[in-house]
Design a protein around this ligand. Structure first.
Ligand code: MOS
Length: 733
């Protein structure tokens, strides 16, 4: 099905099930431990062995020699696989760094060997016996020091311009020019990477933890050197990803190679302290923002430049993305620059681009509002736009940023915010409020599904879509139930298996809208098949409800359409021009109240509210969970998360969850989420948009702005740790 014309009110989707508050259908499996994650697959008749990965101890250079003889002699060891033995592997399409290093080392903890043994402990012990002689080379690890060598990236965001920024900024009545930094961040999802690989002749099956089944399947085939058809990927349950599981990872490749060598199914997990340097991370940025405005607050000129680094062949963090679209202003420019660094690979982490971009932009907007003497909510509203500001012919499909800001201000009690900073004191706490807009683009990705109706009236949906904790199982079941007029408990959903039709996968907050639209398309086909089977010309003559098919006062069970053989339909949603003619984005507003300890500079979040305008909400329960999770991640970004770079040796020093601090329950107060009641007819037949990443974009800036309101201290370098506040705090009285 091609989605080309705006969705209208739709008789086959009346919101009886879609849009309802339905608890996760996979919840009982998860709470009782029966949802099987990658490392847990266990067939009692199979003898599994264990692989332990050896990572490079240098960031850049070459391997002179590797001595694996002691490791091979160690108890329980079955095989030691090094790139020495198998030569250089081909790199897949989606990775920048090699997942299994050759003699040349590209980054610290790049995998260079896997030791296979009968037990995990034996493999780990033997791995410590692998001796490597390195020829270390000097690498480049410091973004700040390398900034001036950064170039316009080949791929990624082009520079953008409209009007004449320089002239307009020069003559603006009020001007603002500041630079912000965001650090390298780690996804820190709950479940570390893990894979089990088993060969059956020349066929390879891998149980793993992947957001994008088809990307993994093709890249694993390329890397291991076999046909894609010979590879099966299984990933039905995933303990979080945030982008770290978008692309094939070393555990899957090494499990496959180890299983081939050891002739046994092999389990490989990447230990947490290993994966932060071995896998990808969100790259650090330096961002310069300039704003010029009239005295009444109307922006006349806005510029956003961003610098980040990556390995040779890598890409930039596109932190300027939102600035092209969020606020009005006739004269504008953005530029993205990329430096070459020898740190581990930088890549997508939840809301790549907008998440760090909004961290900077939304402090800048707060600073500019203050300079203009405007309330920061009003300043944002004054500069709202209903069209793409670079291309005024192009409207937004639906945009209610103003509604988000107004609703939030009212519900949060924004009028109680003290305009003067550092004036609200409660005991030892300086208390303040902050606001930021939320913005994230809505991406459209084709997605396929197969639906099957059996004679018991059970509808089974099969798609290679993944559920990374987001609620895919549930919203897909709701979609099929809605379309076929059956209760949700008559729908079975099977996900994360490469034998199923290729879906959008989970990424870029596109999975919810796109994968359900694919299921919608397949269900439209199944409705046609049902009508034909029951002797009608068109499903439009029929009402699908209550597990029945109804025409006038005739009723027959839906199951009647299935004979001895189930009725099967498959289709795929493809998105036409509506994504080009209309700018599709999601909007929101974040409000935060903080307390900062006047003596220690410790920041505590006291209240948080997010108001989101993101099209139709497919399930308010799972959508809310996405948003409160994202708000929590935003607090981490504001206050604690930073991969600390060793600029001499070139690695992330704090590479475990003891040193890389994410918020815990005690850090997070009650959070509130409000969804505006809206639909977006341009986004898909579901009229939904992305929600998961929107919840993150802007949060950290709202926290930073609240800290400023509480203390009068403006920190422009994330994270806002207490050492950055303590010397500036007002005298304790
Ligand atoms: Mo998201 S960074 O596209 O998983």
């Amino acid at each position: 099905m091609r989605f080309d014309t705006p969705a209208t009110t739709n008789p086959i989707d009346q919101g009886k099930v879609v849009g309802q508050r339905i608890h996760r259908i996979d919840g009982p499996l998860k709470t009782t431990g029966r949802a099987v994650y990658a490392y847990e697959w266990h067939d009692p008749n199979t003898h599994y062995v264990y692989g332990y990965v050896v990572g490079s101890a240098i960031a850049k250079g070459r391997i002179g020699s590797m001595d694996v003889s002691a490791a091979k002699r160690a108890p329980g060891v079955l095989a030691v696989v090094t790139s020495d033995g198998i030569g250089d592997l081909k790199k897949g399409k989606y990775n920048t760094a090699k997942l299994f290093g050759g003699t040349e080392i590209q980054h610290y903890h790049q995998a260079i060997a896997v030791v296979v043994a009968e037990t995990f402990e034996e493999a780990r012990a033997a791995a410590a016996l692998v001796k490597v002689d390195y020829a270390e080379e000097k690498g480049v690890f410091d973004l700040e020091a390398t900034k001036d060598t950064a170039v316009k990236p080949k791929d990624g965001e082009p520079d953008s311009a409209a009007g004449d920024f320089d002239a307009a900024f020069e003559t603006a009545a009020v001007k603002f020019d500041q630079t912000y930094t965001t650090p390298d961040q780690s996804h820190a999802m709950m479940e570390p990477h893990a894979s089990i690989a088993a060969w059956n002749g020349d066929e390879l099956t891998v149980w793993t933890s992947s957001q994008m089944i088809d990307w993994w399947r093709s890249d694993l085939a390329t890397t291991v050197g076999i046909d894609k058809e010979k590879v099966q990927i299984m990933s039905p349950f995933i303990g979080g990803g945030f982008g770290c599981k978008l692309f094939l990872r070393a555990d899957a490749v090494l499990a496959a190679l180890a299983a081939r060598e050891a002739r046994r199914p092999v389990k490989v997990a990447l230990p947490r302290p290993f994966l932060m340097n071995n896998t990808t991370h969100r790259p650090a940025t330096i961002q310069r923002i300039r704003i010029g405005a009239e005295r009444d607050g109307r922006i006349t000129a806005i510029a956003h430049e961003s610098w980040s680094g990556d390995l040779p062949g890598g890409g930039p963090e596109v932190a300027v993305q939102q600035t092209r679209l969020l606020y009005a202003g006739a004269n504008r420019m953005t530029a993205t620059r990329l430096a070459t660094l020898d740190l581990p690979e930088g890549n997508a982490m939840r809301a790549p681009g907008e998440a760090p971009g909004m961290m900077a932009l939304e402090i800048a907007i707060d600073e500019m509002a203050e300079r203009l003497g405007l309330d920061p909510v009003d300043f944002r509203i004054i500069n709202d736009t209903q069209v793409d500001p670079e291309n005024p012919e192009r409207p937004f499909s639906h945009r209610d940023l103003v509604g988000c800001l107004r609703t939030g201000a009212e519900r949060f009690g924004w009028q109680d915010r003290t305009k003067q900073t550092a004036t609200r004191r409660e005991g030892s706490w300086l208390v303040g409020m902050g606001v930021a807009s939320a913005f994230r683009n809505n991406l459209l990705v084709p997605s396929g599904a197969r639906v099957r109706l059996d004679r018991e009236g059970i509808v089974t949906v099969e798609t290679d879509m993944t559920d990374i904790g987001t609620g895919s199982y549930t919203i897909i079941a709701q979609t099929a139930a809605e379309m076929l007029g059956v209760p949700v408990d008559k729908v079975a959903v099977s996900l994360g298996d490469s034998r199923f039709p290729v879906s959008s996968g989970s990424g870029g907050q596109f999975g919810g809208n796109c994968s359900t639209a694919g299921v919608y398309a397949a269900c439209v086909k199944l409705r046609e098949a049902v009508a034909q089977k029951l002797g009608f010309n068109s499903p439009d003559e029929l009402t699908f409800a209550g597990g029945e098919v109804r025409v006038g006062d005739r009723r027959m069970p839906l199951a009647q359409a299935a004979g001895d053989e189930p009725l099967v339909a498959e289709d795929r949603i493809e998105f036409g021009k509506l994504g080009e003619t209309h700018q599709q984005s999601t909007f929101g507003a974040h409000f935060v109240e903080v307390g900062v300890d006047v003596a220690t500079g410790e920041t505590r979040i006291r209240r948080m509210l997010a108001v989101c305008g993101a099209g139709r909400i497919l399930n308010p329960i799972t959508a809310r969970s996405q948003v409160i999770g994202a708000m929590t991640m935003g607090v981490g970004g504001a206050l604690s998360e930073e991969l600390v770079v060793d600029k001499e040796r070139g690695f992330f020093v704090n590479h475990d969850l003891a040193g890389y601090e994410v918020p815990v329950h005690a850090d997070i107060p009650h959070q509130e989420v409000i969804f505006l009641d809206e639909t977006d007819p341009m986004s898909s037949p579901m009229k939904a948009k992305g929600i998961a990443e929107l919840g993150l974009c802007g949060v950290a800036a709202a926290v930073a702005n609240a800290i400023y309101n509480a203390t009068g201290i403006r920190v422009r370098e994330y994270p806002i740790t207490l050492d950055k506040l303590i010397n500036e705090l007002p005298e304790v009285s």
